[in-house]
Design a protein around this ligand. Sequence first.
Ligand SMILES: Nc1ncnc2c1ncn2[C@@H]1O[C@H](COP(=O)(O)OP(=O)(O)OP(=O)(O)O)[C@@H](O)[C@H]1O
Ligand SMILES: [Mg+2]
Length: 209
Amino acid sequence: MRVIIEDAHIAFGPTVVLDDFSCTVEPDTVTALVGPSGSGKSTLLSVIAGYEKLKHGHVWFEELDGSRHTPDSSQIVWVPQGSNALGARTALDNVMLGPLSTGLSLEAASDRALTALTDVGLAHKAEQAVRELSGGELQRVNFARGIAAGQRLILADEPSSSLDEANTLNVAALLADLANRATIIVATHDPVLVAAAETVIYLRSHHDN
Ligand SMILES: Nc1ncnc2c1ncn2[C@@H]1O[C@H](COP(=O)(O)OP(=O)(O)OP(=O)(O)O)[C@@H](O)[C@H]1O
Ligand SMILES: [Mg+2]
């Protein structure tokens, strides 16, 4: 789906983070969100997710048929910096949480989760406890949870910040592959991920009133 941001304005006290900011993110592409620390990358992702409300302006999710609706957090997957995975449980259990949260049965969720782990190159680690995985593998588990749930919008906040270069290249390749089935917006400082994006959106540093 397409994400349209129109004249977005958001401030925290005197700090204006987004000032009549507009942009469009095309469906099934990888878009990098870049800008200095404090420029509002995480805030913009939260606004798109529907976690944070705008003071004025709009965010729209536009379907392929042109119909529009306001952000709905059940349609997105949020890939956090670091991990919110359950360390003692297996990669498969963690990925199953995605499809289970959409109401699928255990068996169907397990099938979907295994397919998603295969897609991210981790089928061989399905039964391994997540705390025994490398940082790059863990980040792939986070993405697999979203794919398995069938979400069409993936929001990733600095997914490579704890990764070495080889794993960052793996994540970049994974994002390019996932763009065949989902719209991906990634807030990042990492030149490797920026290079992997089809579109780059720049946020400027904010000013205080
Ligand atoms: N809940 C909040 N309350 C008050 N100020 C906030 C809140 N969330 C963000 N801010 C402020 O808004 C600005 C933008 O923060 P944000 O986290 O979006 O930046 P960022 O571009 O993601 O930075 P970084 O690259 O360091 O992650 C910062 O000045 C921050 O202090
Ligand atoms: Mg941030």
